[in-house]
Design a protein around this ligand. Structure first.
Ligand code: ADP
Ligand code: MG
Length: 260
């Protein structure tokens, strides 16, 4: 595997917490900072692919092919409108990969092996971001086995921390069985509302429990972030000056800083 490329999975088995929004916009922000980024869409819903402007008909080769077929690993790489940001898109057939993988040997290591192959051909990538589905299924396990670290988006709402224990259990299992080096890059609070006591309480809880694992950057609830995907672009292109854009630039700076 490339020694300089950092592979980060966006993981949380809860849906709607900001995994895909973070994958797209952290990816774009890293690219704007001059990094070369590959986003791998591992969610059969393909929201990251759509959000970056890849209509279903434009997805020539996908993460499904990457996982299960023997085309070159680089075949699924598609460019996006953001300079420095590429994507391997997903289509709904990825949902059957979960089942198909069950039948294959070394089923949790497929993505790891394929990404190693990809990075041999494309050693120029600085980051691979993997957008996980909202489940602790074999697709998410594949992402965690392939990754060097995970970023956990945590929605600033009641019960946010409850789902974490299950995720941590899975993390420990992956470490024990297949990827000893897997780290937590950080937990990022999303959809934060400064005027809401609950947001502040969730933040205090998260920082109290998890300490420095929680990114200093907090992603505010920002309507521009939810509008941007329907315009098929990251928020940084849709509205560069909005609070959502500022927050993801700040998060990217923190992620880059954590390299050292
Ligand atoms: P996940 O990938 O975890 O299921 P998404 O990133 O798709 O979550 O986010 C769920 C919904 O919330 C989407 O409609 C998205 O546009 C919206 N959303 C995500 N983050 C924010 C935010 N910070 N402010 C406002 N809306 C957001
Ligand atoms: Mg998603």
């Amino acid at each position: 595997m490339s020694e300089t490329c950092r592979i980060i999975a966006l993981a949380n088995q809860k849906g709607g917490v900001g995994k895909t929004t973070t994958a797209i916009n952290l990816g774009a922000a890293l690219a704007k900072a001059g990094k070369r980024v590959l986003l791998v869409d591992m969610d059969p819903q393909g929201n990251a692919s759509t959000g970056l402007g890849l209509a279903a008909g434009d997805r020539r080769s996908t993460s499904y092919d990457l996982l299960l077929e023997d085309a070159p690993a680089t075949a699924g790489i598609h460019g996006t409108q953001v300079v420095g940001l590429d994507i391997i898109p997903a289509t709904t057939d990825l949902s059957s990969a979960d089942v198909d993988l069950m039948a294959s040997k070394g089923r949790s290591r497929s993505l790891r092996n394929r990404l190693a192959e990809l990075l041999r051909d494309r050693p120029d990538y600085d980051y691979v971001l993997i957008d996980c589905p909202p489940a602790l299924n074999l697709l998410t396990i594949n992402a965690m086995v392939a990754a060097g670290s995970i970023i956990v988006p945590l929605q600033s709402e009641f019960f946010a921390l409850e789902g974490l224990s299950q995720l941590m259990l899975t993390l420990r299992e992956v470490r024990a069985s297949a990827n000893e080096a897997l780290r937590i890059e950080g937990v990022v609070l999303t959809m934060y509302d400064r005027r809401n006591n609950l947001s502040q309480q969730v933040e205090a809880d998260a920082r109290g429990t998890l300490g420095d694992l929680v990114f200093r950057t907090v992603i505010p609830r920002n309507v521009r972030l939810s509008e941007a995907p329907s315009h098929a672009m990251p928020v940084l292109d849709y509205d560069p000056a909005c609070a959502g854009s500022m927050a993801y630039l700040e998060l990217a700076a923190e992620v880059i800083q954590r390299e050292g």
